[in-house]
Design a protein around this ligand. Structure first.
Ligand code: UFG
Length: 339
């Protein structure tokens, strides 16, 4: 019988792609999402891709009473916890809210896991826990520095909470920079507010929603002065969750942390050029000031995930940028689908 997997934040960017991968791999995902930064329409689109109804609870994971009462936790085999506030810049302005929401929800889910003996817990962490690293690429053994934002601090604290919990199996996935969208262009990144991340903003310039992209800083000590990141296709990130679950189900005691990236560093300028070349569109940009909370350069060593999870990225940056653009063009139809 297929395993029931709770996916908190399952309507969100990485969550929605993971739900699709779970269905494709024979799991039965059950979504908890309060649509605070996503659209309920995404659920219909996931169902369209999967040709299957996905049980969805419109609940806030920080509401212990409601999530305890509404879900039959005795039937749950695993939890993938994505639901969190995720804007680096916003986290400076709303520090308390970020701490309360991100840490409280993780805590509640851990207590539920312990109570109902749910032993397969996957946590959505971020390379932000490495802070501004001094050696590259970063491995899971690289020293954790102080994260450069309150958002990053919440991820670091959640990792510690998980490591201190009594659950037998957990996997912490530290994503680098997920980009792109599902190849069908039916799902992709769809924040309720103004996007903060580079690729959605490039896409908004390409489609004419904004005139120019501001590159945050060109005086970093990198090849062209702009920051370096490890961009990875969101479907490859989603697939890592499936491998993590399969690995935990196979073993009796697994407590592991993995980097999930493409293991290649691209500068902001290089990414813009690649977008222009592969989608045949010109992007207007200007250089602005450095952005608070940005690290200069970071990219991953993902050999551990290859070895232990048998996971490796399958899609190139080129495909990710084409998929991102196809999704941007398709997004305007988001409210028009009929199942
Ligand atoms: N950038 C610009 N202009 C923009 C937006 C971004 O120049 O308008 C630059 C940033 O300065 C950075 C790069 O593009 O150098 C990538 O920025 P993103 O906002 O896309 O991604 P971040 O690397 O800042 O953030 C990501 C995740 C976070 C995670 C963080 C850890 O979104 O969840 O990596 O470094 F915490």
């Amino acid at each position: 019988m297929s395993k029931n997997i709770i996916v908190t934040g399952g309507a969100g960017y990485i969550g929605s792609h993971t739900v699709v991968k779970l269905v494709e791999s024979g799991f039965n995902p059950i979504i908890i999402d309060n649509f605070s930064n996503s659209s309920p329409e995404i659920i219909s689109r996931i169902e369209l891709i999967c040709k299957k109804k996905i049980k969805t609870y419109n609940l806030n994971c920080s509401d212990q009473k409601k999530i305890s009462e509404n879900i039959n936790w005795n039937e749950i085999d695993g939890i993938i916890h994505f639901a969190a506030y995720k804007s680096v810049s916003e986290s400076f302005k709303k520090k308390e809210e970020y701490f309360l929401n991100n840490i409280e929800s993780t805590n509640i889910l851990l207590r539920i896991s312990e109570k109902y003996n749910i032993n397969n817990f996957v946590f959505s962490s971020s390379c932000t826990v490495y802070g501004n690293p001094t050696t590259l690429p970063v491995t899971e053994k690289t020293e954790l520095k102080k994260p450069s934002s309150p958002y990053g601090e919440t991820k670091k604290i959640c990792e510690e909470l998980i490591q201190c919990s009594a659950i037998k199996n957990f996997t912490i996935l530290r994503y680098f920079n997920p980009i792109g969208a599902h190849e069908s262009a039916l799902i992709g990144e769809h924040p309720s507010n103004i996007p903060n991340n580079l690729v959605p903003l490039i896409c908004e310039c390409a489609i004419g929603k904004r005139e120019k992209l501001t590159i945050y800083g060109n005086d970093y000590s990198t090849k062209d002065g702009t920051c370096i990141r490890d961009y990875i296709h969101v479907c490859d990130v989603a697939q890592a969750h499936v491998h993590a679950l399969q690995n935990m189900i196979k073993k009796t005691k697994t407590k592991q942390i993995f980097n999930i990236g493409l293991s290649k560093g691209f500068s902001v300028l290089e990414l813009i050029k690649l977008f222009e070349k592969n989608n045949n569109i010109k992007i207007d940009y200007e250089f602005g000031k450095r952005r608070e909370g940005d690290v200069e350069k970071i990219y991953a060593d993902c050999n551990l995930a290859k070895k232990e999870l048998n996971w490796a990225p399958e899609k190139t940056i080129r495909i990710a940028l084409i998929d991102a653009w196809n999704w941007e063009k398709e997004k305007k139809n988001l409210r028009q689908i009929i199942l």
